[in-house]
Design a protein around this ligand. Structure first.
Ligand SMILES: Nc1ncnc2c1ncn2[C@@H]1O[C@H](COP(=O)(O)O)[C@@H](O)[C@H]1OP(=O)(O)O
Ligand SMILES: [Mg+2]
Ligand SMILES: [Mg+2]
Ligand SMILES: [Mg+2]
Length: 310
């Protein structure tokens, strides 16, 4: 049998696809069932249903692994057709002979999975559909090592014949798959940041990094995809708004591709089950680990002091 990590990623790719289908079905039926959880913080029926699908499916396949999802839900039974049991063969094939030795012996109790059933909820409700992703991040002993980012509306403006949706997945030491890997253009400094959760500190930090262009878009998953595809040079978010489920999967795919995701002080995120959910130190992502320090050095002291280390 394949190592646990390989099976977890291969199953998570299938589960994220199933959840993405739920996200699309709910929008096409038109009743989003929006609930306001807090200031500028919404939940829809798609967030709730996709999380039920993902947690029930993971629990069925891996009953001993800890899984945490963004939404607080009751334990109502999940419709049988939402339990995804298939395994993505592409992941199995690609990972065979490539998985690092350190990940081969990982046990159930070493793992914690962080699930964001719908990242970019604000943009989903506003029809900015390619900003939406489903995130399943896999941490081992508190460090993010593998992740799945499913983009349910990829290609949605490309015409009827285009295949809707794509899966991007990555494992540290194996690589990142399912997207184009491009370098960002030389001579520019394109910075991506929030469009729906901006604050004074967010703007100060972006401006201090001397952008030639600012891409204000939704979703932590979506912004990391922009970096992987060479559309942005950095993801700068000087706010305590992101939580563990927002960063776990994006961090793994970015690190697996040679990039770096930390808080704005340069500290690594940790993901053990008891960790504080909020990433109080903000988020900084770059496509090459060696470019990270330049951005860290440009974050104003005033902004750093306002964002405590997570
Ligand atoms: N102030 C905030 N309140 C609630 N969620 C936030 C906040 N800031 C960031 N997030 C979460 O982090 C993601 C990335 O931030 P942004 O889109 O603003 O760049 C958001 O899509 C949202 O995830 P979610 O949509 O899953 O609730
Ligand atoms: Mg949310
Ligand atoms: Mg999110
Ligand atoms: Mg979410």
């Amino acid at each position: 049998m394949e190592p646990l990590i390989t099976r977890l990623v291969a199953t998570s790719v299938s589960i994220a696809n199933r959840a993405g289908r739920i996200v699309r079905d709910i929008l096409s039926k038109g009743d989003l069932g929006i609930v306001e959880k807090g200031k500028n913080d919404y939940q829809t029926e798609a967030d709730r249903s996709a999380q039920r699908c993902i947690l029930a499916s993971l629990h069925k396949a891996f009953p001993k692994v800890s899984v945490f999802g963004e939404e607080e839900l009751d334990s109502r039974p999940v419709p049988q057709e939402w339990i995804e049991t298939t395994v993505n063969e592409e992941v199995i094939k690609t990972t065979a002979n490539k998985l690092p030795d350190t990940l081969k012996a990982v046990k159930d109790e070493d793992i914690c999975i962080w699930v964001d059933p719908l990242d970019g909820t604000a943009e989903y409700t506003q029809g900015l559909l390619d900003h939406v992703t489903v995130l399943i991040g896999i941490a081992v002993k508190g460090r993010s090592v593998a992740g799945v980012v499913y983009q349910p509306y990829y290609n949605y403006q490309a015409g009827q014949d285009a295949t809707l949706g794509r899966s991007i997945w990555g494992i540290i030491g194996v690589g990142t798959f399912g997207h184009q890997a491009n370098k960002p253009p030389e001579g520019q400094n394109i910075i991506t940041t929030t469009r729906s959760h901006s604050t004074r500190a967010v703007v100060l930090a972006v401006d201090a990094c001397e952008p030639t262009e600012v891409l204000r878009v939704g979703g932590a998953g979506h912004k990391v995809l922009l970096i992987l595809e060479g559309k942005a040079h950095a993801y700068v978010f000087a706010s305590p708004g992101c939580k563990k489920w927002d960063t776990c999967a994006p961090e793994a795919i970015l690190h697996a591709a040679g990039g770096k995701l930390t808080d704005i002080h340069g500290n690594d995120f940790t993901y053990e089950p008891t960790v504080q959910r909020r990433n109080t130190g903000g988020v900084l992502g770059t496509p090459r680990a060696e470019d990270h320090k330049w951005y860290l050095d440009h974050i104003p002291q005033e902004v750093r002091e306002a964002l405590p280390i997570s």
